[in-house]
Design a protein around this ligand. Structure first.
Ligand SMILES: C[S@@+](CC[C@H](N)C(=O)[O-])C[C@H]1O[C@@H](n2cnc3c(N)ncnc32)[C@H](O)[C@@H]1O
Length: 257
């Protein structure tokens, strides 16, 4: 069981799921609409312990999951949602010892999970055209992992002219015009390698699909992931009224030659 120490990240969460991500610093205080607590009161507590606020509500202490970090990272771009990240990791077959090329990086949300799945073995090269987003992503990655992982190489460049000569097992694209990146990125993918690209519009997927076929990709799959949350309690057994109905479409393909 984890005991929280000075410098640890802690997720403070109510029963209803309202939560805050806090870095514990000796001498500092956390305040919200429910009350104020000294970080020193949390330091030494164990995961799952609770604080009864002055308003009588319980706030639990947990180590943040990667998904908690995802929803608390600093964002200046659209990030990829967990449901799509799960599919990218699964259909993109991301595993330790793989070499992975990713572009663009944006806020680094997907990057967090790619690095976690590589587990320090293998290599991730992330290509981002805009310096300010590269810096933002780097800060977010340092926040999650406590440092810049040794197997992560962040390159500020246009993926259409990447200036990279290595070859990779996997290629993951999250770009506004991914079809334009396919000709330049294809030589960077090993034969038999897998490409995954995410786009919000199906017309973008169609352009990518056309380009992939021209470049010798086969076994093309196009799909979307829908996540519908449900109420399951004594009174209700039904889907929730609201859902994130659309994020993006995924296209997965395998390079044959
Ligand atoms: C939607 S964001 C990526 C979000 C990221 N996957 C995440 O989960 O946080 C798209 C990014 O692609 C970058 N981009 C656009 N065109 C590019 C290009 N030709 N080469 C490299 N990066 C590019 C943009 O600057 C932007 O940061």
């Amino acid at each position: 069981m984890k005991t929280f120490s000075d410098g640890d990240w802690v997720l403070l969460t109510t029963d209803k799921g309202k939560n805050w991500l806090v870095r514990l610093i000796h001498g500092e205080y956390f305040s919200c609409h429910l009350g104020t607590i000294a970080h020193d009161e949390i330091i030494g507590k164990q995961e799952g312990d609770e604080w009864i606020t002055p308003k009588g509500q319980k706030i639990f202490f947990f180590s943040p999951t990667l998904t908690d970090f995802l929803f608390h990272i600093k964002r200046r771009t659209q990030i990829i949602y967990p449901k799509d990240i799960g599919a990218i990791l699964c259909y993109g077959d991301i595993r330790p010892h793989m070499s992975v090329l990713e572009s663009g990086v944006g806020s680094g949300a997907l990057t967090v999970f790619l690095l976690a799945y590589l587990a320090g073995c293998g290599i991730l090269v992330s290509v981002e055209a805009r310096e300010e987003f590269a810096k933002l992503a780097e800060n977010n990655i340092r926040r999650v992992f406590g440092k810049k992982p040794d197997n992560w190489h962040l390159v500020v460049s246009d993926i259409e002219l990447p200036g990279i000569s290595a070859q990779f097992d996997r290629l993951i694209l999250d770009l506004p015009e991914p079809w334009k990146a396919v000709p330049s990125a294809t030589p960077l993918l090993k034969r038999g390698g897998i490409l995954v690209s995410l786009s919000p519009q199906i017309s973008q997927i169609q352009w990518v699909s056309r380009e992939l076929k021209k470049q010798g990709f086969r076994f093309i799959q196009v799909f979307e992931i829908l996540k519908r949350d449900w109420y399951v309690d004594e009174k209700r057994l039904r889907p929730m009224d609201r859902m994130v109905a659309h994020t993006g479409f995924l296209i997965v393909a395998r390079k044959t030659y």
